[in-house]
Design a protein around this ligand. Structure first.
Ligand code: GLC
Length: 619
């Protein structure tokens, strides 16, 4: 057989094989393509969201709709339990982390809940929420940014937006789609345990920094790494009498509208996707049961169209008794709450809600409104099309780029309140002693909401401490000696940096109704240093101003560092003048705890006023 023939036959054989293959393929596909029913409207991403919501609502049973309004805690509901009850959302409360606590493990956990959710008949994805309030702070290895009180002092909205974006990337790396942040509370009394979650005492402080919402949500919720932001807590938490967390905010409607409402108006203007209701009462009525606040003011007057979510077991508090009742369920649903953070008692909640609905004490229209709001955000987030984690963001978790951003935020948030010329410290030919319980404690400098709900002292997260930064900053001709209690210090040192302040806390555990003074350890350390005559630079690592008026005259320099997070070296950048301080107080500094509440314009004279902060003289 000639080669040409062989070639021709081979070609024919190849052609036959190809045609056979095509026929088989089309034969296999034919029944599928011929009989495939048109996609339901809700499953078609080309359809307008409103039409998809309408179509899906028509297909949902009452169980589907009631379940959609419940958010359970990860450690209170398995993926199977959540799917069986058609729960609409899962959360990880502070510190509720999978084991091992790695970004990958979080992504696996998220995907397990999401797979179970989309495997249900209607395939409605879940939405998973966490408190990423200063970075993705539950996750070991994530970048931990300064808490809001420091960002308020930085006065840099563009920087805060970048922090929101970086946080959104790290949150997205773990699948999570809902961030219970930012807190837009306006702190009016620093005895409050959540003062550090506030951007400052003026509504303008929160308004200016609500750019974080745009960072978190991106240009559109359907965009890469966009997560749903939450303006919280609505409304008046920062104004409770005596700074009593979850207490009573006793102010007129005029003051509520002037001080506490504007940040939420700004957040809505910025398209915030959810609002969390506050635990506090307003003039004796718990916010969680207040229809005027949630429906009349927030939904109707401010035209908020997103999800109103309760706080953790927030509906339990309406009647002042522990646990929730049928009356509290119907009162909070009718008040306008859409998603109920009922971490463990969700079966009881669903039972009571169905009973209240059947008894005519909850209107079906409320169930529809809540579902419409929840489903709208799920469609807008693209969860129906992309339900699982986009693991390409895993490389952003704790990345150098994000840590550099965090260090810049630390620099910008430092407020120099006193300087007799001791600052900036010399890098060369210097002999520096470093002391104090917060000099080398990354857990203390990160504060609450870090790995665990309350935070913890010690090597809680990777990063750099203030001491690490000081050691790295000095030249070879200098020495740095550290001792937490200042043991070994003598007059031979040229400067002493004493880092004092608070240990971590969150929420009510941080309330200090009677005393804002430094603790005994700090006072002892400071006295020991003072006795040597070495010039003292006091650095305060705390969630708020403390009562330091008596000690201030003994200091040559004083820097408020707030809660800098994982990149403590940023404090040293300011101490050595690598960054000239630009921070300004976002809260008035009381001359004593007795002066609280003290705020700009109230006629009192604080130790340092809102807006105060020194920089270095031109060298
Ligand atoms: C907490 C806080 C709230 C947080 C929620 C979920 O109690 O009040 O800010 O988002 O529970 O952790």
């Amino acid at each position: 057989m000639t080669s040409r023939l062989r070639v021709r036959r081979k070609a024919r054989r190849t052609q036959t094989l190809l045609l056979t293959g095509l026929f088989l393929t089309s034969a296999v596909l034919a029944p599928v393509t011929a009989s495939a029913a048109p996609k339901p409207i809700y499953q078609d991403p080309k359809q307008p969201v409103a039409k998809r919501v309408d179509d899906l609502l028509r297909r949902m049973s009452l169980d589907d709709k009631l379940g959609q309004m419940v958010q359970a805690e990860r450690n209170g509901a398995t993926p199977a339990q959540a799917a069986r009850l058609r729960l609409g959302s899962i959360l990880s409360g502070g510190g509720s982390s999978p084991a091992p606590n790695t970004a990958e493990s979080w992504a696996n956990t998220y995907d397990a809940y999401q797979r179970a959710a989309v495997d249900t008949p209607l395939g409605i994805p879940t939405i998973y929420g966490v408190d990423a309030v200063h970075g993705h702070n539950n996750v070991w290895g994530a970048t931990v940014f300064p808490h809001n009180v420091g960002l308020g002092a930085a006065g840099d909205p563009a920087l805060v937006q970048k922090i929101g974006r970086a946080t959104a990337e790290e949150v997205s790396a773990t699948g999570i789609d809902w961030d219970f942040a930012p807190c837009l509370c306006v702190v009016r009394d620093e005895r409050w345990g959540r003062s550090y979650e506030s951007f400052g005492e003026k509504p303008e402080d929160a308004i200016r920094n609500s750019t974080v919402i745009n960072g978190l949500q991106g240009g559109s919720l359907n965009g890469p790494a966009s997560v749903l932001a939450t303006a919280k807590h609505f409304i008046g938490d920062g104004g409770t009498t005596g700074g009593d967390d979850q207490g009573n905010t006793e102010i007129s409607e005029q003051e509520l509208r002037a001080v506490h409402l504007p940040p939420f108006q700004e957040a809505i203007k910025r398209g915030v996707g959810s609002v969390m209701v506050s635990y506090n009462s307003w003039n004796g009525v718990k916010d969680h049961g207040n229809k005027f606040l949630i429906t009349d003011l927030l939904k109707n007057e401010l035209k908020f169209g997103g999800i109103v979510v309760s706080d953790w077991n927030g509906i339990d508090q309406i009647d002042g008794q522990t646990g929730f009742t049928a009356a509290e369920v119907s009162q909070s649903v009718n008040a306008g709450i859409d998603m109920f953070m009922v971490p463990h008692d969700y079966v009881k909640f669903l039972t009571l809600l169905r009973a209240e609905l059947n008894a005519g004490r909850v209107a079906p229209s409320r169930i529809e409104d809540a579902n419409r709001r929840i489903l709208t955000k799920k469609f807008e987030l693209g969860l129906f099309e992309r339900p699982l984690t986009d693991r390409s963001y895993l490389e952003t978790v704790g990345s150098k780029e994000h840590r550099d951003l965090a260090r810049q935020a630390v620099r910008a948030s430092q407020v120099v309140l006193k300087n007799d010329g001791v600052l900036p410290l010399a890098k060369k030919d210097n002999k520096i002693f470093v002391a104090g319980k917060n000099a080398n404690d990354i857990g203390n400098q990160a504060g609450g909401w870090t790995i665990s709900w309350q935070g913890q002292s010690g090597p809680a997260i990777p990063g750099s401490t203030v001491l690490d930064g000081i050691k790295a900053a000095v030249g070879k001709s200098s020495t740095v000696t550290y001792d937490r209690e200042a043991d070994g210090i003598d007059a031979g040192y040229q400067a002493a940096v004493v880092v004092v302040g608070e240990t971590p806390y969150a929420e009510g555990a941080g309330d200090r109704p009677d005393d804002l003074s430094l603790d005994a350890e700090d006072l002892t350390t400071l006295a020991k240093v003072k006795a040597t005559g070495v010039p003292v630079v006091a650095v305060l690592v705390s969630g708020r101003p403390l009562d330091i008026a008596k000690q201030l005259p003994q200091w040559n320099g004083f820097v408020a560092s707030w809660l800098p997070g994982s990149e403590g070296a940023g404090v040293a950048d300011v101490l050595f003048g690598d960054y000239k301080p630009t921070g300004k107080l976002a809260v008035s500094w009381p001359d004593s705890v007795a002066q609280e509440p003290v705020n700009a314009g109230d006629g009192k004279t604080p130790l340092f006023p809102h807006g105060f902060g020194l920089t270095y003289p031109r060298r």
